[in-house]
Design a protein around this ligand. Structure first.
Ligand code: SF4
Ligand code: SF4
Length: 166
């Protein structure tokens, strides 16, 4: 015979008071914080791994970057001068920067930009000529937000105007 399931008794007054208490507690001493993206953006370290750029003047066409890529996101394209230069398929790329580390002449460089939006799959394919400059990017953020912790381990939010960030 099936056991009868009884619903637990709910005290709506206690529930509301509890919700209010959580709200007040979070207001006084927040444990989480929502960044108002894209008007605000998160601060990232200089070594943050984002999209790559390549200086073809320095590139020696050695293929090391393509061999280092663990997901085969790098394709080498033949240029009119007979050399091969890398292009990246960002729909495959996992932004690991193994290619940047493998480049023996430092022509392939990482940037901290990683949140570009692509209108379609085709535009995620960056050919060598697309890799000369930073990706086109509309940055609407006025503020940069940094998470930190005080000496007691409490979350500390530092909000800076973008112009103040070095
Ligand atoms: S960052 Fe990593 S995944 Fe992306 S192209 Fe370079 S090696 Fe490949
Ligand atoms: S590893 Fe560097 S030098 Fe070699 S092909 Fe790639 S970008 Fe060019």
């Amino acid at each position: 015979m099936a056991k009868k399931v009884t619903q637990p008794k709910v005290n709506p007054v206690a529930g509301h008071l509890n919700a209010l208490a959580v709200g007040v507690k979070e207001f006084v001493k927040p444990t989480r914080f929502t960044i108002q993206y894209p008007r605000e953006r998160r601060w990232v370290i200089d070594r943050f791994r984002g999209f790559m750029i390549n200086d073809v003047e320095k590139c020696i066409s050695c293929f090391q970057c393509a061999w280092a890529c663990p997901v085969n996101a790098i394709f080498m394209y033949r240029a009119p001068n007979g050399k091969y230069y890398p292009g990246i398929r960002y729909e495959q790329c996992i932004l690991c920067h193994f290619c940047v580390d493998a480049c023996p002449v430092g022509s392939l460089q990482g940037t901290t930009i990683s949140d570009g939006a692509f209108p379609d799959l085709e535009s995620t394919v960056f050919k060598p000529e697309d890799m000369h400059n930073l990706p086109q990017w509309d940055d609407e953020a006025e503020y940069v937000v940094k998470y930190d912790f005080d000496e007691n381990g409490n979350l500390k939010i530092i909000k800076m105007r973008k112009s103040e960030v070095k």
